[in-house]
Design a protein around this ligand. Structure first.
Ligand code: FEO
Ligand code: CA
Ligand code: CA
Length: 560
């Protein structure tokens, strides 16, 4: 759909004129901020803030984390940093989520960080191309090192008087969850004979629960322990991954991965939520209804896969309830409910099998194929659900779009909805391949792009005009309303992920993932960011601050 900026601005304007909808609880993959600005601004402050110009960065292929005027950053923690006597920070950080230890002190709390996958060259020294050509295989020591570097980290961080966030080294809460950590299944039936499984991996984006625990989502799990495929006669074949070779040492079934995992920040205990289905979960965005039942949205980030929502039948439960999948053509949520769907009863043995093979069940019900649904945010002003559809090259969609769901009567547990394109990627709007989303205190939308490292900056390729992956903001009010403004540009080969605002809205936590990913020779890396003494690229989490964020947080007061 052609993006119409005038229509878009008028939509934003209308939203701002109506009653501001502040849901009782609103948290999701990129944001804990509630759109309330309590500080009253003076006329003078308003004029001063209005005079500050938002200046977009130009696309850049420079190997650095570049920021727009009015922003600065410092690195909080990077790969291999010691976080305790026994643990180090993992690789390829993605989703971040900050929960204050004391809700009245926004400057001291626990930061969760996903570690999605590893680059063997950096982590275990296994050179995929060179070693595989010579027939060499990973040793178990190398595999163990790789398995340690995925999953997630919990680190206690504090903001000092100068605004700098520091890791509290050796804090009792600092810990790692890895591909070796035992994790319970929140389900009554064992899966492949187990009620506790080993490890979490492919942890891409995530979410937060109303009871203040972290959600981490297992996305491209098939790259680690393969996948089970079924033919037309429903006969299963296990297809190995052959990518990391972990299966050669550890015989864990694919069915133990591809779930939403909940982590208790205080003790690191974890559980996998089977009721939310098994697929390449990008994120999990929760909404708590007035009666405390939970609605959970999650996208399956694979070409031609689907968008799901779980509605719990009991307060605070991520187990009792029904998983639905979106038919966006007819605006219906279709129940993945074995008991009441004869077509599912015919193919699957029971509800557990429906949930394990959610993709097949969704297709049987007539779910709509989407262009790789990634991050999901609930607009704090309108209550609309925004879903990044990053791209689908198999359908010639190179630049993706942000998709909008409007639940009937604004009820998150509605079974019907309207959908439309919120904004399309492409040269006209200045961004491509939207991925993570976050709203700030004024309800401005921040988004990151995820053009793949191998496709970026290729002459004559579709991504050339956009240069390096970036962070953008779409102001909601004022002269720039609806414009896509580039506010950060990533180092070479990197992707900016996991944007999450601190509770006071003044810091944007952001992951810089896979800088120098295209490196083939450690002595000559394609990136050296963050430019530390080791002279190699390192994934890291940064804190972005500055007057541009402050202005954006107050934008609603300047123009409404
Ligand atoms: Fe790991 Fe869909 O990004
Ligand atoms: Ca992502
Ligand atoms: Ca992505």
């Amino acid at each position: 759909m052609e993006y119409n900026r005038r229509k878009f601005i008028s939509f934003l304007g209308k939203a701002s004129l109506g009653t501001v909808m502040i849901p009782p609880f609103i948290t999701s993959c990129g944001n804990t901020a509630t759109p309330v600005v309590s500080e009253k601004l003076s006329e003078k402050d308003i004029e001063k803030l209005k005079s500050r110009i938002l200046k977009s960065l130009l696309p850049s292929d420079k190997d650095d984390l570049l920021l727009a005027d009015g922003l600065n950053y410092h690195t909080i923690v990077k790969w291999n940093d010691k976080i305790s006597e026994k643990d180090t920070f993992g690789f390829n950080n993605d989703f971040t989520c900050f929960i204050p230890l004391d809700k009245d002190n926004p400057k001291d709390g626990l930061l969760w960080v996903n570690h999605e996958y590893i680059n063997p060259l950096f982590v275990s020294g296994f050179n995929d191309k060179k070693h595989k050509e010579s027939g060499q295989q990973r040793t178990i020591t190398q595999v163990d090192k790789e398995m340690y570097n995925v999953g997630g980290s919990i680190v206690r961080i504090k903001e000092d008087d100068n605004g700098k966030w520091n890791v509290v080294k050796n804090d009792i809460y600092n810990r790692r969850i890895t591909a070796k950590t035992p994790i319970e299944l929140n389900w009554d039936t064992p899966i492949k004979g187990k009620t506790t499984v080993i490890g979490t991996l492919a942890n891409c984006s995530g979410g937060i629960t109303p009871w203040n625990t972290f959600l981490t989502c297992e996305e491209n799990y098939d790259g680690f322990f393969g996948e089970t495929h079924y033919d037309e006669n429903n006969v299963a074949t296990k297809e190995p991954s052959n990518y990391y070779d972990w299966e050669k040492f550890y015989d864990y079934p694919p069915e133990h991965y591809g779930w939403v995992v909940e982590i208790n920040p205080k003790d690191g205990s974890a559980q996998k939520h089977v009721a939310l289905g098994r697929f390449s979960h990008e994120c999990c965005t929760l909404y708590e209804l007035e009666d405390k039942r939970i609605v959970a949205y999650s996208g399956d980030d694979k070409n031609n896969e689907h968008l799901y929502k779980f509605i719990s039948s009991k307060p605070g439960s991520l187990k009792e309830g029904i998983l639905y999948v979106a038919d966006t053509i007819n605006g219906k949520w279709l129940a993945l409910d074995w008991e009441n769907q004869p077509i599912l009863k015919e193919k699957f043995k029971n509800q557990t099998e429906v949930l394990i093979r959610a993709r097949e069940a969704a297709k049987l019900l007539g779910a709509t194929e989407l262009n790789r649904p990634e991050d999901i945010e609930i607009d704090p002003i309108t209550g609309h659900i925004l879903v990044s559809l990053t791209n689908n090259k198999s359908k010639d969609d190179f630049h993706g779009s942000i998709f909008k769901i409007e639940e009937t009567n604004g009820a998150f547990d509605a079974l019907t909805f309207k959908s439309s394109t919120y904004i399309a990627g492409g040269e006209k709007n200045g961004f491509s391949c939207p991925d993570n989303l976050a709203f700030d205190l004024s309800g401005n939308l921040w988004l990151t792009s995820d053009m793949s490292g191998s496709a970026m900056n290729k002459e004559d390729g579709p991504y050339m005009p956009f240069k390096n992956n970036s962070l953008f903001v779409i102001p909601r009010y004022g002269n720039d309303a609806g414009k896509v403004i580039r506010v950060a540009s990533a180092p070479k080969d990197a992707e900016l992920t996991g944007p999450w605002f601190s509770p006071d809205g003044k810091t944007l936590f952001l992951s810089v993932q896979h800088p120098g990913e295209q490196t083939v020779d450690l002595k000559n890396p394609t990136s050296k960011w963050p430019f530390d003494a080791d002279n190699i690229p390192k994934p890291a989490v940064v804190a972005i601050q500055g007057e541009l964020i402050e202005k954006m947080n107050k934008l609603s007061q300047l123009y409404v």
